[in-house]
Design a protein around this ligand. Sequence first.
Ligand code: SF4
Length: 410
Amino acid sequence: MDHFSRRKFIKSTVLMGAASMVGCNSTPEVDDAKIFAPPPANSPASTLVGKVPTGVLGKTGVTVPILSHGGGYELNNVMVARAFDLGINYFDVADCYLNGQSEAILGKVLEKQGKRKEAFVVTKNHPKQFKDLLVMVDQRLTSLRTDYLDLYFMHQLGDAEYPKECVDWPKSKELKEVVEALKKQKKIKFFGFSCHAGILPQALEAAAEGGFVDAIMLRYNFREVNSDALNRAIDKAKQANIGLIAMKTQGGRVSFQEKADAFKEKGFNQAQSTLKAVWADGRMDTIVSNMPSLQIVQENAMAALQKEISQTERQMLDDYAKATNHLVCHGCDHLCSSQVNSPVRIGDTLRYLMYHDNYEEYSRAKDLFGKLPLEAREAIFTTDFKMAEAACPYNLEIGKMMHKAAHKLA
Ligand code: SF4
């Protein structure tokens, strides 16, 4: 698949995913004929041999591949089998991915292949209060056709659906008790949260302090190297031996393709280089990557097998970052939000704009924006963003982008 086809493929599957990511509570039927269909006759041969290198997921002590399968795209029997061939046994799903189907599909495939014990299964929920987790875990077990979860996450901690005080949840004694109860019942082996909101640095530090969070899935990519607060917090979490799982490693996509294509002629492979940059950082135990085709699984696995990033690749990635950094919000809104006397949520709003414009996840972006408090949405039109723009290290035109978000996502 050439770059253009890959781009078109990603675009079409993103659209399918986006259309089906709304309505997290439904339990749709899974199409068995589709999941267990043989690969199409014209599908490219999988030529790669070898196993993706492994690492240890922090204090869990579990050996995991450095490349893991994200569940934002539809998995099937063939893709899961190929992943196992390449040593990728970590599968990340959630109650809401693919309209609830991601868990059901993975559960059915693992059951049919008899591979549940070989798999490391991770899923997630948005609890409103701690005791919700007790019920939610049972639902996850049912959907996944299993009696235990390897790792269970509070999903996207800090998003609009959570109360403001959720930043302290990773050190809450009450939450710790719920987690211990779930572990005692042997329903979950490990516990943590995923986060890409502006509270990420504080949440990482709270987890390091609280001592009971086993692993965290966090936004981390080649664009984050300049974020001192995030890097300090990652160091603290690492010192506390919390397993760290990188997501959003591509740092924005699709609409930057033209920029990436300009580097391609020099041998730059955007997806592979961005993965290598995260592995080179050395603090992330694995990367969860959405790999919607056998070809992409193979390309990413190839990057893992030759994971050292060359100086030329690094230079091209740096140049690519410089050319695109001002186009995408990096989520460090402790820097800009403190500069506006207003209830607006800059980091969240601009992330939803990225889902809309870069990922083309239109419904999801609008849904999330709609969940922001009304005052946070309305204040966009009355806020002066000049001071925030002056504080943004990436020179984003925050005012313009916030207005664009309000118009597109309302
Ligand atoms: S607008 Fe700038 S400072 Fe604010 S979160 Fe985005 S990148 Fe960070």
